[in-house]
Design a protein around this ligand. Structure first.
Ligand SMILES: O=P(O)(O)OC[C@H]1O[C@H](O[C@H]2O[C@H](CO)[C@@H](O)[C@H](O)[C@H]2O)[C@H](O)[C@@H](O)[C@@H]1O
Length: 438
């Protein structure tokens, strides 16, 4: 398989395109606060409303709470009974994608599975230094393999300079001078905060809190807020111990997913032939396409029944993509039901079981703690350096996942940090068997 950089421009629209910007522009969607390890029941919409109405100080607290909820520290765990209670109810709504593998495959029947993968926290473990977030060799092999059999894309907010990838869509290029300017200002303003790191992802600036003492998170967030105040065309979102500054344009991982799905059906000249996109240091960052167009569909896939997207991600930004999968489902259900039994539409639209049975795609949240999510399934994430030992020792971990996994793989117990990799390997095994006529 060849490794190559791919730069493509859309002759019709004249727009330069890069998928690397895919995750960059989601609307602010802060996560609600929860006791560490506890499932959050307050809805995101309620939380957003609260955020909109609160003043500067409360806003900062909300950002900080949201970052904590995205990557809980487990420093002061809630009571075991409470944790197990919330874990249990969460896993019922978001069962393990490994345990439900057969169901996912059944739902995809007759459709082309297309795989979308987030990078940080999904393919690579979360580490203190963003420049050292590498995939393991095993994970890299699993991604390469899955890309041999399925159209596969890595959708990440990382900048192109940090990996070679297909350049397909760049909706925010007019913002680049402003982003550069704000990057310099942020560097200057945060340089006195020990542990703070500002990352320039070109279309997104990330201010990292992971190595900053939690006691001064609020001060650092306030510094960021003051900088942002001068740039009304930029906005702020929260991730895992990170505040992200993005242009206020309508582009997020959900839009990227729709764009990619539609693009899948475009004529072949629009896309590279089998391509694995690899970074110079062999770190897989960016969009990866491999042999995506065998069985080419002449129409866009997004609104057809021919494609079954499987999206795996761990962060707030991935929720926009999970929502798209749900929206596709809702639209289809709505059409289906409103013609015959309109009164049933509402009931069915709130029932995840029914949505999944429609087989329009699967959102899989990678997390080791319950989180509010629009994903249908869950997987445990790769080991997070600072918290894994503590969490691994927690019996609720056993309650959450082991029965699912054991049921599925028998005696091949899958350690939690290998779950994403194992899921990808299962996809490949299934496809190979299918190709052999089993
Ligand atoms: O939108 P994404 O592609 O999911 O990017 C979100 C951020 O990912 C990276 O940060 C995260 O991973 C780091 C390395 O493990 C970790 O140190 C950090 O705490 C995490 O938030 C990336 O470095 C950021 O620029 C992205 O905003």
């Amino acid at each position: 398989m060849t490794n190559q950089n791919v730069v493509i421009s859309d002759a019709n629209s004249g727009i330069g395109m890069t998928i690397k910007v895919a995750s960059l522009f989601s609307p602010p969607a802060p996560k609600p606060t929860a006791a560490p390890g506890k499932y959050i029941t307050i809805s995101r919409r309620q939380f957003l409303k609260k955020l909109e109405t609160c003043g500067g100080g409360a806003r900062i607290n909300a950002w900080v709470d949201s970052m904590r909820a995205s990557s809980p520290t487990h420093k002061s765990p809630a009571s075991l009974a409470e944790i197990e209670d919330s874990n249990h109810s969460w896993i019922l709504h978001h069962p393990s994608a490994l345990g439900m593998f057969e169901e996912i495959i059944n739902a995809s029947q007759g459709k082309q599975i297309v795989v979308f993968l987030d990078y940080d926290g999904t393919l690579s473990p979360i580490v203190d230094d963003p420049d050292r977030a590498f995939m393991t060799n095993e994970m890299r092999d699993a991604v390469r393999d899955v890309a041999k059999f399925f159209p596969t894309a890595i959708v990440s907010g990382r900048c192109r300079a940090k990996g070679n990838q297909a350049v397909l869509f760049q909706p925010a290029k007019d913002f680049l001078p402003m982003m550069d300017e704000v990057y310099k200002v942020l560097l200057e303003k945060t340089k006195s905060t020990p542990g703070a790191k500002v990352e320039n992802n070109k279309f997104c600036l990330s201010v990292h809190f992971r190595c900053v003492d939690e006691k001064i998170w609020t001060d650092l967030a306030e510094q960021v807020r003051l900088v942002l105040k001068e740039y009304p065309k930029l906005r702020l979102t929260q991730g895992r111990k990170v505040l992200e500054i993005r242009p206020t344009i309508k582009w997020d991982k959900g839009k990227a997913l729709e764009f990619l799905l539609e693009s899948l059906g475009k004529p072949p000249k629009f896309f590279p032939t089998p391509t694995v996109v690899n970074s110079a240091n062999d770190r897989f960052v960016g969009v990866l396409y491999s042999n995506p167009f065998s069985g080419f569909c002449p129409l866009g896939y997004a609104n057809s029944n021919d494609v079954f997207p499987v999206y795996i991600g761990d962060d707030r930004t991935d929720e926009d993509a999970f929502k798209v999968l749900l929206l596709v489902l809702l639209t289809c259900l709505d059409k289906l039901l409103s013609s015959r039994m309109p009164f049933l539409t509402h009931i069915c639209m709130t029932n995840h079981q029914v949505l999944r049975k429609r087989g329009q795609g699967s959102g899989i949240l990678v997390s080791k703690v319950p989180k509010e999510t629009d994903a249908s399934y869950s997987l445990q994430e790769p080991r997070e350096a600072s918290t894994s030992i503590c969490y691994f020792a927690c019996p609720s971990h056993h309650l959450l996942y082991s029965s699912d996994i054991l049921r599925m793989v028998g005696d091949r117990f899958v350690h939690f940090e290998f779950q994403v990799m194992y899921f990808l390997q299962r996809l490949v095994e299934w496809k190979q068997l299918k190709l052999r006529g089993h």
